[in-house]
Design a protein around this ligand. Sequence first.
Ligand code: SAH
Length: 397
Amino acid sequence: MPAIIYLKKGREEALARFHPWIFSGAIASAEGAPREGEVVEVRSAAGDFLALGHCQPGSIAVRILAFEPCRIDAAFWFDALQRAFRVRQALRLAGNPHTTAYRLVHGEGDFLPGLVIDIYGAVAVMQAHSAGMFLARKEIAAALQEIYGAALPCIYDKSAATVPFKAGLEAQDEYILKNTAMPGETVIRENGHSFIVNWEAGQKTGFFLDQRDNRQLLAQYAKGRNVLNLFCYTGGFSVYALRGGAAAVHSVDSSSAAMDVTLRNVGLNSAAAAPHQAFTADAFEFLRRSDGHAYDLMVIDPPAFAKHAGALKNALQAYRRLNAAAFSKIAPGGVVFTFSCSQVVDKTAFRNAIFSAAAISKRRVRILHQLTQPADHPVNIYHPEGEYLKGLVLLVE
Ligand code: SAH
């Protein structure tokens, strides 16, 4: 029997609307001393069953797994992952030879709060953002094996940096399944382009799958343009720009490891004949020193400047400063692809920061496209916080 958590009177409302989190302030009492990461049953003040979820000390105290009584066992994980897999089949991602990398599980967006699973060809990389998902990792991996069979000989858990254990437990990155001599990196295909993904040493799970559709859009604008790709990581946008017929591409990132992979990725997609140059540098500095009007297509895809609400003000200032510099430098008629992946910066706040940046530059700026994350990063309608990626494509005259 799971431990039981009773909510305060009147605090079951969010659950009635299927919001997947219970904040610690809503909890009245607990019965059975739940341990960190354990599955708990949530009941109303009157004692009625409401949901089952993973508990965790902290402001989000329970992450909901089910709104009806059930067992969180092997069959539960199999069903949940099977549902996620079928969605990716419907999206023509699973089983597509032109795009072999996709997100299979996107946390709350797949009703599995705290869990991310990315598929890179024959490799699955799992990342737990909650203690409960970390403790369940072996069962989750077993369900993955059941679904994919021999097509998935390698499952890597990369939770060391993401599980916020309070109880002094530790997570270590490890192979849960390693049926082949996988060298820690693989080559995936995305819209027909090739990319090296190093899941052991790379950032996050190894690759930023969430920009897939936006990179494709960039390719349509690239022909004949001089492209600056700021915060390029492993060169995703750069490869699409080159393959899209750019006149020249400059890629900038502060990580030299990322720049090495960028160069290898450009090499892999050798139809990319235009000149490419890689700069290991601070993007703000690089932009400040660059010649005016040297570029007429820019990508600005920085890391999350605000990781929590407290950092919001500084983050908005950073977006403003960065984009104002880009608008000031870009050639007339230039196009800027600008992004924010900070969850706490919502669409309106980001748009306002870009508005201020445009006003500072005194350029005529128009929005051509409003971008977001792709369909394999779905947003649970009851959890609008899950819409984290915001992008604007701007025409700057
Ligand atoms: N556009 C990339 C993902 C960008 S992730 C893609 O499509 O794959 C953000 C990147 O910003 C990381 O690679 C990180 O190394 C880099 N970065 C962080 N701070 C930076 C800075 N001040 N200047 C340049 N790069 C920076």
